[in-house]
Design a protein around this ligand. Structure first.
Ligand code: PMP
Length: 427
């Protein structure tokens, strides 16, 4: 059997309903973690029995794993459209990648960041200048121009400047104008980092064409397993920085004197310790499948489902779909929403227990943005939202089931009483 490149490993989950019977699971939580692609499962199944540490052993399994690990790096680089001399460093996830970049920035660097960012891109920087949440993509570009002009005019000539920005929002799904922001940054000699955690699973990314200096993604949002992510980009700061983790694998030579260490350059400098070979190889396999499969058809399909989802939810009385930019802004398959008079954790619990639908509720690790969107959406909304996000396994039936369920719950309320079991505040 020739597997379809973009097919998912089918878990065929049946959800028992509180109302009796079972129903096929409708996954609307792709933006948190996507189910594994079949190619990811196959890559792991193939390598697991011959599993050995890379760049360390002389035995055949070590050689094989080293080859596969380095091939995965090339597959990721091709998928991302990296320049020949870009580094591709395997990390645990996007959060790990942004923290690695923050660690590697020159000491005097300033980072420009919009308040709307996911906390992984908002928080890691030593010296950040926060920009207010923009009203439109064009407003974002203007704000970057203005901030960089201001920085350059300041009393002290600024050191290096980095703009850290999302490729697609994990709350609204809206796609940000990366190429324009990169051009704005470069005009003032600044660099740009793109958080592609949500963009890469839904749209082709081309680092070289967008002129992005750095980019990060998470394997577990890209149909690969947890624990494998990527930081890709320019080598100069990365090679000049102290290693992210000190230890074996990051060293070219360790002398007998206390501080006599020569660190490696290239990805090894920041990948000390035995790496996550299986995760990287699975991520590489998915990148290759997405690059070579019929992605246009998948994107088209997702776009239609996204429109159906947004139109369906927006048409329900008492439902506010959270968007920042105007309706014409391209977006990936995400719809965050809140229902007047209905707590989002209760709504999420009812969607699961009564309809077999999995969503996420809370503030989505983007507190300032979610707060602002809920505030702007008007009165009587709860303080948190529900996020429905789609991916390669989503069907029209799933979308229609979700829309019908939200209509029912918004009108009549849940059939059951739900309490948040652990009493935690929303994450
Ligand atoms: N950035 C964005 C836009 C995200 O959606 C996420 C995950 N919610 C992250 C960063 C962090 O990803 P991870 O948890 O895999 O580090």
């Amino acid at each position: 059997r020739q597997p379809e490149p973009l097919a998912l490993a089918d878990a065929n989950l049946q959800v028992p309903l509180v109302t009796g019977g079972t129903v096929g699971y409708a996954n609307f939580d792709y933006a948190a973690s996507a189910p594994a692609a079949r190619v990811a499962v196959e890559a792991i199944t193939d390598l697991l029995p011959r599993y050995a540490s890379v760049h360390r052993g002389a035995g055949l399994p070590s050689q094989l794993c080293t080859t596969r690990y380095e091939r995965a790096r090339e597959q990721v680089a091709r998928f991302l459209g990296c320049r020949d001399d870009d580094a591709v460093i395997f990390t645990r996830n996007t959060t790990d990648a942004t923290n690695l970049l923050a660690h590697a920035l020159p000491a005097e660097a300033t980072v420009l960041v919009f308040d709307s960012e996911h906390h992984a891109t908002l928080l890691p920087w030593r010296r950040a200048v926060r920009l207010p949440i923009p009203d439109s993509p064009a407003d974002a570009v203007r704000a970057v121009h203005a901030a960089l002009r201001e920085l350059r005019r300041g009393e002290d000539a600024p050191g290096p400047v980095l703009l850290a920005v999302t490729g697609a929002s994990n709350v609204t799904g809206e796609i940000w104008p990366i190429a324009e922001l990169a051009a704005a940054a470069h005009r003032y000699g600044a660099r740009i980092f793109v958080d592609a955690a949500q963009l890469a699973p839904h749209r082709p990314v081309d680092v070289a064409a967008a002129d992005a200096d750095y980019l990060a993604l998470s394997g577990h949002k890209l149909y690969a397993p947890f624990g494998a992510g990527v930081l890709a980009g320019r080598t100069d700061w990365l090679d000049a920085a102290p290693p992210y983790l000190a230890g074996g694998g990051a060293t070219a030579l360790v002398g007998d004197a206390t501080n006599d260490v020569r660190w490696s350059t290239g990805p090894a400098r920041h990948e000390a310790g035995s790496p996550n070979v299986l995760g990287a190889v699975a991520l590489g396999a998915v990148c290759e499948a997405l690059r070579t499969g019929d992605r246009d058809a998948a994107i088209d399909r997702e776009r239609r489902l996204t429109e159906r989802l947004h139109a369906g939810l927006s048409g329900i009385d008492g439902v506010a779909v959270l968007t920042l930019f105007d309706a014409g802004t391209p977006r990936v398959g995400i719809a965050a929403f809140a229902v007047r008079g209905l707590d989002s954790d209760v709504l999420a619990a009812a969607l699961s227990a009564e309809y077999g639908i999995g969503v996420r509720d809370g503030m989505f690790c983007a507190h300032p943005l979610t707060r602002r969107l809920l505030r702007h959406a008007g009165g009587e909304l709860p303080g948190t939202a529900v996020r429905a996000s789609i991916g390669l396994g989503t069907t029209t039936e799933h979308v229609d089931r979700l829309v019908a369920a939200v209509r029912r719950l918004a009108g009549d309320g849940p059939q059951w009483t739900y309490e948040r079991l652990d009493g935690r505040p929303a994450p």
